[in-house]
Design a protein around this ligand. Structure first.
Ligand SMILES: NC(=O)c1ccc[n+]([C@@H]2O[C@H](COP(=O)([O-])OP(=O)(O)OC[C@H]3O[C@@H](n4cnc5c(N)ncnc54)[C@H](O)[C@@H]3O)[C@@H](O)[C@H]2O)c1
Length: 338
C-alpha cells in the first residue's frame, strides 16, 4: 500500500519533504501539491509527478490524497490544521503548531473533540541520531540525573527576516520541544536576557538572546539563540548530570586535518544538519500510516506545550521579568501508550 501525500507549501522544507516522500521514503508518493505561489507548486509537482491544486482545502478534499503534509509559513498552520482535522485525514504539520497559545489551544481542542490523534508535528530533532544518543545517556548507567542543560542554536541568516519574538516562536521553539522530550519534564519558569546586538540585527530587535528556564523538576536550562550568526548553522546540546556530562553537536561532522589545521565543515542551513532526522521522521510517519500504528513523533499536545512556553517567553522578553509557566492538565488522548 502506498500512502499518497498531498503537500501544502512548496518552499524550502516542503520541497525537501516532498522529494524525500517521492524518492527516498518507502511506501509513499506525492500526488497533489498546493502553494500560494502557483509557479512553485508547478515546479515541485513536475519534479515529483504530482498534480497542482489551487487551495489547501482542495488538497484535503482530494480523492487521491491519503495524508497531508503542511509546510506553509508558521502563521498558516493553525487554520489549515483546523480545516483538515474536520475531514479526518492524517496530517504531518511542520513546527510550530501555531504562532499563539490561543491558536494552539484551538487546534488541541479540535483534535481532542475528534477523539483520535491525526496530527504529527514536525519537531524532527526527536528523530535525530545525535539527540537519540544523547537521550540514551540520561540513565543511571550513563551520566545519571540531569541537572543542567545548555543548548546552542545558530542560524547563518534569519530565514524570514529578524524579529526577536519570531526568533522565539520559530527557532527557539525547537529547543523548547526537544528539551521537554530529553528531560521528560515540563517548564516552571522562563526568562529572556538580551545583550549587545550583532552587526546584522535590525534596530529595535535583539539577536542573540539567552533564554533561561527552570523545569518543574528543578533542572536549569539555558538556550543561546543567534539567528544571524553568519558563520554557519550549528546546534549543540550539553547535558550535565549527577555522574557526568554528555555533549551532542561537536561530533556530528567529520574532522578534517589539512594544511596545518584541523576542523569541521558546518552546513549553511538546517537541511544539511538534520537531513537524516527529516528522512527518519517521514519514514516513521509513513510506516505508522501503512500499519495503522501509533504516530511516532511529537503530538498536538507537545505543540501546545511548546506554544505555552513560547507565549511565556514572549511575555518575559517584553517585560524583562521572569515568568511562571503553567500547563493545564494533559487530555487523556495524549496519555502514553500502556
Ligand atoms: N522542522 C524544521 O527544521 C523546519 C525547517 C524549516 C522550516 N520549517 C517550517 O516549515 C514551514 C515552511 O518553512 P520554509 O522554510 O519552507 O518557508 P518558505 O518561505 O521557503 O516556504 C513557504 C511556502 O509556503 C507558501 N505559502 C505561503 N502562504 C501559504 C498558504 N497560506 N498556503 C500554502 N502555501 C503558502 C509560500 O509561497 C512558500 O512557497 C514553516 O512553518 C517553518 O517554521 C521547519
Amino acid at each position: 500500500m502506498t500512502i499518497r501525500v498531498g503537500v501544502i507549501g512548496a518552499g524550502n522544507i516542503g520541497t525537501a519533504h516532498a522529494l524525500n516522500l517521492a524518492r527516498v521514503v518507502s511506501g509513499s508518493a506525492v500526488s497533489v501539491v498546493h502553494d500560494a505561489d502557483i509557479g512553485r507548486a508547478t515546479g515541485l509537482a513536475t519534479e515529483v509527478g504530482a498534480r497542482v491544486v489551487g487551495s489547501a482545502a482542495e488538497v484535503f478534499a482530494a480523492d487521491d490524497v491519503d495524508a497531508v503534509l503542511i509546510a506553509s509559513p508558521d502563521g498558516a498552520h493553525a487554520e489549515q490544521l483546523l480545516h483538515g482535522l474536520g475531514l479526518g485525514k492524517p496530517i504531518l504539520c511542520e513546527k510550530p503548531l501555531a504562532v499563539t497559545e490561543a491558536d494552539a489551544r484551538a487546534v488541541l481542542d479540535a483534535e481532542v473533540a475528534s477523539g483520535r490523534r491525526l496530527v504529527q508535528l514536525g519537531f524532527m530533532r526527536r528523530f535525530d541520531p545525535g539527540y537519540l544518543q544523547l537521550k540514551a545517556e540520561l540513565t543511571d548507567d550513563g551520566i545519571g540525573d540531569p541537572l543542567l542543560v545548555h543548548h546552542i542554536h545558530r542560524n547563518t541568516r534569519a530565514p524570514y527576516g529578524l524579529v526577536t519574538e519570531q526568533l522565539l516562536t520559530n527557532m527557539v521553539v525547537h529547543e523548547f520541544d526537544v528539551n521537554r522530550w530529553l528531560l521528560e519534564d515540563e517548564y516552571a519558569s522562563v526568562m529572556v536576557l538580551t545583550g549587545k546586538p550583532g552587526p546584522h540585527t535590525p534596530a529595535g530587535q535583539h539577536d542573540p538572546v539567552l533564554v533561561v528556564l527552570q523545569s518543574v523538576g528543578g533542572v536549569l536550562v539555558e538556550i543561546e539563540a543567534f539567528a544571524q550568526a553568519q558563520y554557519g548553522y550549528e546546534v549543540v546540546c550539553r547535558v550535565t548530570g549527577s555522574q557526568g556530562q554528555a555533549v551532542m553537536g561537536d561530533g556530528s561532522f567529520v574532522t578534517r586535518s589539512k594544511a596545518f589545521s584541523r576542523g569541521v565543515d558546518l552546513p549553511e542551513l538546517w537541511l544539511g544538519r538534520f537531513a537524516e532526522a527529516y528522512r527518519l521522521q517521514l519514514q516513521g510517519w509513513v510506516d505508522a500510516l501503512r500499519t495503522d500504528g501509533p504516530l511516532p513523533g511529537a503530538s498536538v499536545w507537545d505543540g501546545y506545550a511548546a506554544a505555552v512556553v513560547v507565549g511565556c517567553a514572549i511575555g518575559a522578553y517584553r517585560t524583562g521579568q521572569r515568568v511562571d509557566v503553567g500547563l493545564p492538565a494533559r487530555p487523556a488522548l495524549y496519555d502514553p501508550a500502556p
